[in-house]
Design a protein around this ligand. Structure first.
Ligand SMILES: Nc1ncnc2c1ncn2[C@@H]1O[C@H](COP(=O)(O)OP(=O)(O)O)[C@@H](O)[C@H]1O
Ligand SMILES: [Mg+2]
Length: 402
């Protein structure tokens, strides 16, 4: 585009509210600028309606957009009305992964809308720099955008231009944000489009119905689902998917380096026939997330190689009423049996000692019985381990006191 057709840095808009900083992008229907909201002191993105085929600008004297023939005038008038209407539709949306519109106004014989400025890069330029994006990250971005699409579909709206260039990745939190609703359509609750506009095509991302006149005149989430599947294909492989008409003849071939399950989800999303695709963006997201379980499974497999974590030792419980054996683990039960034997031995020993002392022989004094009590407790049940038996022993020994 001739740079004389663009607003120059420093240009003021909206009675001096915004100052143009630079051009961010130039498309068929508009120019997007980085600008400053002077009073707020924040950066914003401003999209200017400027269908380059039909418009010119007198940038030497004013910034007024000029038009050619009468026929163009009518068409541009209709497109401009659509631009404003779409901006209003997007302004109503409220979703973390959809661009937020702050303001709409008319000036310079054209229209503008002001958006939050997303500091970061589009998925298209990230793909260009790095060739492709790791599958896990790509699935994560696409899942989030599927949520955004599910939301707009619930409002009887379709985006119709989902592609990596229209998804910004915000630097601060790595969140994907869907932008550029230039081709979007609002439908009535009966699913009929509210206005007729020329259909735009993004080759590789537009499904076959967008190549047909009237192909998207009825509401269907399937068109955006195809484009989102194609977007994921591009992110993972770095290759722009084949144009939809080519798929009619040769189908979609599985490229290298794509996981089997992810591939299955992409090929279903990119089915030539609408009925072959997922019926909702969230179904596509669910399929992708179940495929990312495969990644998790891989991680689990790695964990299996490591030493398994030892199960936590059961914490001893101090019962209100001490009990020796009921409902205790086997190990404890065994310990308890040994304890019983020892106690019986002690009792037997004491009985023998009494008999001996009664019979006049030397025996243990009452002080000696204290000694045995403590000796049993210490020897059989480590106090720091099984309080249950600690108390039980004390009780039994006590009850056996003479
Ligand atoms: N809100 C925004 N924040 C930051 N950059 C943006 C924003 N909107 C658009 N851009 C940049 O401008 C480019 C063109 O904007 P877009 O709305 O996609 O218009 P078009 O595709 O019609 O030129 C985008 O690819 C992106 O790099
Ligand atoms: Mg765009």
């Amino acid at each position: 585009m001739d740079i004389n057709l663009e607003l120059k840095p420093g240009t003021l808009l909206r009675n001096g509210s915004y100052r143009i900083i630079e051009v961010l992008g130039r498309g068929g229907f508009g120019i997007t600028y980085l600008a400053e909201h002077i009073m707020l002191g924040i950066k914003v993105a401003i999209k200017e309606f400027f269908p380059k085929e039909f418009c010119d600008r007198d940038s030497e004297t004013t910034y007024t957009v000029t038009l050619g023939t009468q026929g163009n005038r009518e068409l541009v008038g209709r497109l401009r009305a659509k631009f404003i209407k779409e901006a209003r539709n997007i302004a109503r949306l409220n979703h973390p992964y959809i661009i937020h519109i702050q303001d709409i106004f008319e000036e310079n014989n054209t229209a503008y809308y002001v958006m939050d400025y997303i500091e970061g890069s589009s998925l298209q330029s990230i793909c260009k720099q790095r060739k492709s994006i790791p599958q896990k990250d790509a699935v994560d971005y696409v899942t989030k955008i599927a949520g955004a699409l599910e939301y707009i579909h619930s409002q009887s709206m379709t985006h119709l231009d989902v592609k990596p260039a229209n998804i910004m990745i915000r630097k601060s939190d790595n969140a994907p944000v869907l932008i550029d609703f230039g081709l979007s359509k609002q439908y009535t609750s009966e699913g009929e489009q509210t206005s007729t506009t020329p259909v735009g095509i993004s080759h590789g991302y537009a499904p076959i119905e967008q190549y047909r006149q009237g192909g998207v005149s009825e509401f269907s989430p399937a068109t955006d689902i195809y484009a989102l599947g194609a977007t994921l294909y591009k992110l993972i492989t770095g290759i722009t998917p084949p144009e939809a008409p080519l798929l009619l003849d040769s189908g979609l071939h599985r490229p290298d380096g794509i996981d089997e399950n992810v591939w299955r989800a992409i090929s279903k999303a990119m089915s030539v026939s609408k009925s072959g695709r997922y019926s909702s963006a969230s179904d596509f997201a669910a399929a992708l997330n179940s495929t990312s379980v495969t990644d998790d499974d891989d991680e689990d497999t790695v964990i299996i190689d490591e030493k398994p974590e030892e199960p936590e030792k059961p914490k001893p419980v101090k019962p209100e009423k001490p009990s020796l054996v009921i409902g205790v683990p086997e190990k404890e039960h065994k310990t308890n049996k040994s304890l019983q034997i020892i106690i019986i031995a002690i009792i037997a020993f004491i009985v023998i000692a009494i008999i001996v002392s009664l019979s006049g022989g030397d025996g243990a004094s009452s002080d000696d019985s204290d000694y045995w009590d403590s000796a049993v407790v210490e020897e059989v049940v480590p106090v720091d381990d099984y309080y249950l038996y600690d108390d039980s022993i004390v009780e039994i020994v006590d009850s056996c006191a003479w």
